[in-house]
Design a protein. Structure first.
Length: 278
């Protein structure tokens, strides 16, 4: 149904409007006026109850404000319809007009509405909050803000990325800060000439950094045996906020400990033998 087809039928003509106002008397006006006053008081009470329910739910501020606005508009709209019906107005025409306008607006801002729905989902389920380090699909960074329409991330290289909430809500979400701790996994190769226990001991000494956690304790072990070297893994726990500090500190400490114990760190190389005979 087209907007142009509905509006002429729904809108009253000037003569009908004049006749409506001419027919108004005090007997007709007083009941709707009383209904209006009672309704305004009822709306305020309902909004207070709604506010208390939202406060107990501990929603994010953006979701709280949006839901309250929607509820406020809905309650006042219902009150308007009740008062209009009490005055003898045909509310079906008013509902038809508003329905068509709402449909037209929803089609015009379909993308924005999708983002709003995604924002409500994120703000109510709260898979992450401001300050968390997350991965949303193929994008990772620290959450700066979760608004109704967009989520802002600050990447490790200090870029600000705004992700539409429709995309964020549909993406695979990994929250590295939710548990408060993260595990640092480091992989390093050492020569077969270095005893395994000596390499593991050097790795565990390197794990003893100021930001490392020791519950659970750091772990060092053999990951695989390669063609020319043994690959080791070192696992160290840290707080989520100290992850990168621990990562770089321990990585640098490994090089120092290996050098101190004479452990050779291997690298890919190619031996070329030249034949002197033509």
């Amino acid at each position: 149904m087209m907007l142009t087809e509905v509006l002429p039928e729904a809108l009253p003509d000037a003569q009908a409007v004049k006749g409506f106002f001419d027919s108004l008397t005090w007997q007709k006006v007083i009941p709707p006026l009383v209904l209006l006053l009672v309704g305004l008081v009822a709306v305020r009470l309902l909004l207070r109850l709604f506010d208390r329910a939202l406060e107990r739910s501990r929603l994010e501020r953006a979701a709280y404000a949006m839901l309250r606005s929607v509820m406020k508009v809905l309650l006042y709209f219902i009150l308007l319809l009740l008062v209009a019906a009490q005055l003898g107005v045909d509310v079906s025409s008013l509902v038809a007009i508003l329905s068509v306008i709402s449909l037209a607006l929803s089609l015009a801002v379909q993308g924005a509405l999708t983002n709003v729905v995604g924002g409500v989902t994120l703000l109510t389920t709260r898979p992450f909050k401001a300050g968390d380090f997350v991965e949303l699909g193929d994008q990772s960074g620290t959450v700066l803000e979760v608004s109704v329409t967009y989520t802002k991330l600050q990447t490790p290289d200090n870029k600000i990325v705004s992700i539409p909430n429709s995309t964020a809500a549909a993406a695979r979400i990994t929250n590295f800060s939710a548990a408060g701790t993260r595990r640092v996994d480091l992989t390093v190769s050492a020569s077969y000439r270095s005893p395994v226990e000596s390499v593991k001991a050097a790795l565990l000494r390197a794990a003893n950094s100021p930001t490392s956690l020791f519950t659970p304790e750091p772990f060092a072990g053999v990951k695989e045996y390669g063609d020319s070297a043994i690959t080791y893994v070192l696992q160290v726990w840290s707080s989520a906020s100290d992850y990168w500090t621990t990562y770089f500190t321990v990585n640098e400490a490994i090089s120092r400990e290996f050098a101190q114990d004479g452990i050779e760190m291997t690298y890919p190389h190619l031996n070329v033998h030249l034949d002197s005979n033509p």
